[in-house]
Design a protein around this ligand. Structure first.
Ligand code: F0G
Length: 465
């Protein structure tokens, strides 16, 4: 491993790093991406945009940007076919002549979920499916930007701690960009699908005998000692890429702002990123108003919900996280202060949902023919609660952000349908309500009659689901 300068730099003149704690402005971030003065996180700002006058005076003009972004859809250039770099005026710039590392991320569909809308008691429901990215999670939209900056800065190694999706994504982008990658994951606590992705893409994959938060701790020491580029979401370049999902969403909605956007919360990078884009779009006149952005956590991994409910968002006490939605099994979320700002600024809220509520919501999303991984399903489970509380009204425009693909965690789905997901757990009794949604595979002799008898059994009104 060749040492390189242990710093990362914003090369372009349009963006700067600003500490969210003390407001310090920096050209360089140390490898841990924390402010030297106060240890808080950085965000990327674009000084030329500030204020309405600034926006007008800068190169950024709302109407022509929208036109240009649309026009790029007919281009064949990699940076235009990427659903992230297509919006590059909203991103920190790479050095002239530098190609981004791209797998044509973004460009994800917006689906309607009629069955889920009925289940939640709303007139209509939309889902932006970020699981339809190249490595099947929303992480790709951030990784294309941050990995490109890692390569531009001359790093040979990139690294992350992960519950499985960041690592899959990082490993893929590192491989595409000719970089080596180091993955730290909690042993036995991520899905096989995600683990197999990181192996396939050639990452050095370490399963540590700890949880996600323990992996983060170890990695934060590793980056101090070796010239590896940190690709967790404390890296503000990741969040810049991830924010483009909100831009793409508004474009898909004809630049009409929805009333609600509902996001799963783990390390809280994604809610921070989407909220940043929503605020920037409003400041730049690309959108007329802010939607309410609400964050949903699993009951067993709910430090953000507790921070807001118990401490008014003033402090966050880490929890020992436990949930079958392993992607969001996180007790000490790095970006909680950024996410709090978003919830406050958009007048959103937070909610928590039980394991059984998550499993039911995942089945309901699947029954609409869309499918997602368990962590994504917290959005529908949370929406149901927000509707009951009156926070979301039946006639409002609501968008769920589905963060991961259904095939990310097939073990969860199989156990669900076989009826043994909650066997021997404290949720066993509550889980009985899931029975009507379970459809286990049926083992039969290879006989036509056996198949026809099965078909007849199901082709009966009583069996209609
Ligand atoms: N949904 C999925 C599918 C995820 O993988 C994650 C986070 C989240 C939601 C939560 O997003 O952390 O930005 O609040 N996964 C990370 C990982 C932590 O390592 O893959 P967040």
């Amino acid at each position: 491993m060749n040492p390189v300068a242990g710093k990362t730099k914003t090369e372009d003149r349009c963006s700067q790093l600003r500490c969210i704690g003390c407001g310090a402005i920096a050209d360089h971030a140390d490898q841990d991406f924390r402010c030297r003065n106060c240890r808080d996180l950085f965000e990327i700002i674009y000084p030329g945009w500030s204020g309405a006058a600034g926006a007008k005076a800068s190169r950024v003009d709302g109407a022509s940007l929208k036109q240009m972004w649309l026009k790029r859809k007919s281009s064949l250039l990699p940076s235009d076919t990427s659903g992230v770099w297509r919006f590059r005026e909203m991103l920190p710039g790479l050095k002239p002549g530098t190609d981004p590392i791209t797998l044509r991320e973004g460009n994800t569909p917006l689906y309607d979920l009629p069955g889920c809308a009925r289940a939640a008691g709303v007139n209509a429901l939309l889902a932006k499916h970020q699981g339809m990215n190249p490595t099947a999670s929303f992480k790709d939209t951030g990784m294309t930007v941050a990995a490109s900056f890692a390569r531009q800065e001359g790093f040979r190694w990139v690294a992350c701690a992960s519950t499985g999706n960041t690592s899959a994504s990082m490993a893929a982008y590192a491989a595409r960009g000719g970089l080596r990658s180091l993955v730290l994951i909690p042993e036995g606590k991520i899905s096989w699908g995600k683990l197999s992705q990181s192996l396939d893409y050639g990452a050095v994959t370490c399963q540590l005998r700890t949880d996600f938060d323990g992996c983060v701790k170890v990695l934060s020491e590793v980056v101090k000692r070796m010239p590896v580029y940190l690709l967790n979401s404390v890296n503000p370049y990741r969040l810049e890429g991830q924010k483009t999902a909100a831009i793409e969403l508004l474009e898909q909605l004809g630049w009409e702002t929805p009333d609600h956007i509902i996001v799963p919360g783990g390390n809280l990078g994604n809610s921070s990123a989407l909220g940043k884009a929503l605020r920037e779009m409003k400041d730049l006149g690309l959108s007329a108003r802010l939607p309410k952005l609400s964050v949903i956590q699993a009951e067993g991994a709910n430090p953000f919900v507790r921070s807001i409910r118990e401490h008014g968002g003033k402090t966050l006490t880490p929890v020992e996280a436990e949930t079958f939605a392993t992607a969001i099994r996180i007790g000490n979320p790095a970006s909680w202060k950024k996410a709090l700002r978003v919830v406050d600024a958009t007048a959103g809220t937070v909610e928590q949902v039980s394991e059984v509520e998550i499993a039911l919501a995942k089945a309901e999303i699947g029954a609409d023919g869309v499918g997602c991984e368990p962590a994504s399903a917290v959005t529908l489970a949370g929406l149901k609660k927000l509707v009951k509380q009156g926070f979301v009204k039946a006639g409002e425009t609501i968008v769920l952000i589905l963060t991961g693909h259904g095939l990310k965690d097939p073990e969860f789905t199989l156990k669900f349908h076989r009826g043994d997901l909650f066997q021997g757990t404290k949720h066993e009794n509550d889980a009985q309500l899931l029975a009507p949604h379970q459809l286990a595979p049926i083992v039969l002799d290879a006989s036509v009659d056996a198949v026809l008898r099965t078909l007849e059994q199901f082709d009966h009104p009583a069996a209609e689901r």
